[in-house]
Ligand binder design. Sequence first.
Ligand code: ZN
Length: 372
Amino acid sequence: MKNCFIILAAGKSERFKSTIPKPYYPFKGKPLYLHSIKKAIESKKFSKIVLVVNKKHRKYIDKSLLKNVSIINGGASRSESSSIAVKYIQKKKFKNVFIHDAARPNFTISLIKKIDTYLKKYNAVVPAIDTVDSVKYKIKNTISNINRDNIYLTQTPQAFRVKHLEALQKKGSGKITDEASLFIANNKKIKFIIGEKKNLKITNIGDLNQNIVMNYGIGFDIHRLKRNKKLFLGGIKIPFHSGLDGHSDGDVIIHAVIDGLLGACKLNDIGSHFSNKNKKFKNIRSNIMLDKILKITRDKGYTINNIDINLITENPKVSKIRLKILRNLSKICGIPLSKINLKGKTSEKLGLIGKEKAIACEVIISVLNYEL
Ligand code: ZN
């Protein structure tokens, strides 16, 4: 195929004011940069995707999510990073290159397809939108008006013939904020197409926190204890005289977490995802079930905010197993330990739970999503 997609994520993230650099900050259930990669893959228009990163941020990259994506270190400025990336793909003989800022996660796959269609006829295709704001400009101390009808705000992805872009970059560009500027500065023709209002550039952490909604879900589960079975709680094997009986490993904590999560995301219940009539799920480890549900909820844009768990059991004592369980849940769910709580409750020796014949668990989960 003749197209390559370059994602620029090498900035220092200074204006973002977060310990997690902007490209790796969670947004709609996954790191910001991953939105652009997924859309590029889904468009099926690219044989190569290159992610340009700041080498100081490499520890934040989850390589398991980036099969077939080349990761290279960028430069000190956006224009330098762009030049490094174009040089990197030079030998691969692509006809066109799309350059995109990772800070714009909200473009659509149709925009990629539209740009691709225009590339058949034009050497440079750039999406742009008009502005409803009044615009002024300042030279020294004089402020003047600009007719907003003559204003274009350029967006990314922007697409170019590789050889044209490379030639201009070689000439030296100075500090430009997008490749369109380079073409304009050199009097080269650009086909401007209508961009997307929602394709905003995220600059501050506040840009990500707008339009967030929080939903809550409740989960409950109980299983009978059975002699000579392994006991699993919160995905951890716990030494005990009995284990929990059930179609799967009977892990009441994970089952209640799954139901709470499904409830918060309005996705029915655990039985509708893992029927106990399906032999495939016989003796399945519950953390595999939770992984599957997390994949579904992440794809729908949900991020877990917090989890609160009540484990109702006479024995084993929760204080002895708490930290191990919390650590494991934190790892599976990808949220910090500070966002999960586990409380132990006995049932005062009453009923099946009191006689150590069953363990029950209840959970409340809150999830975040974006309404854009
Ligand atoms: Zn269960």
